[in-house]
Ligand binder design. Sequence first.
Ligand code: CU
Length: 225
Amino acid sequence: MKTDLRRERGGELRGELRERLREAGAGVRVGASLSLIGVIVMGSWLACRPPPTRPIQTDFVDPGAENIQPVEHAVSVVHPVGDGEARGVVTFESISAEPGMERGLRMRARFTGLPEGLHAFHVHLLGDCRGETGKRAGTHFNFAGPSRQPPSDIDRITGDLGELDANAEGEATLEAEIERARLQGPFSILGRSIIVHARGNDPEQPPIGAAGARLACGVIGLTEG
Ligand SMILES: [Cu+2]
């Protein structure tokens, strides 16, 4: 009698075990099916969506290099436009506590062929020095805001790099720290241009400075120093 009970109990346990194994197996199959559907859906989505567009990297000297280095130097070779004879070289060096963390640019400018006196020079929005007037370079580049529609209460001249003070021989040099200018990020001055003007800045007329005709133009490009 006891033996029969044990056999019966054992049979119940085996039946219960089989049932649980069957349920577990079904669970695994359902899980696998869901995973497969997930892979198919994800694959279809990846196949259908447009290829990802890489942002234009101007922050690195060689963005494809194994060890990328941030841009820390830039140069502009400035040449005459129209009837002007002014030409020069302007270099920029990042002032940074550590690579990629800029707190402004150290600028060195050297010019010849300038009419004696003060000449404002600015970073302009476009790196286009074609033509005889320098007008293709567009308006001043705003170092930290909209260039074409700067705020009406702006109290400074946008893109300002200071003034060149040409001597009687038409030579001028200037070294300055341009705190607002950057070689990194969306407000980088790379690819913009430098315009040298016929007169000094008029501080009463921000953001343009009303410095008169454009004498010289140069595109700001990458260099390794
Ligand atoms: Cu200007």
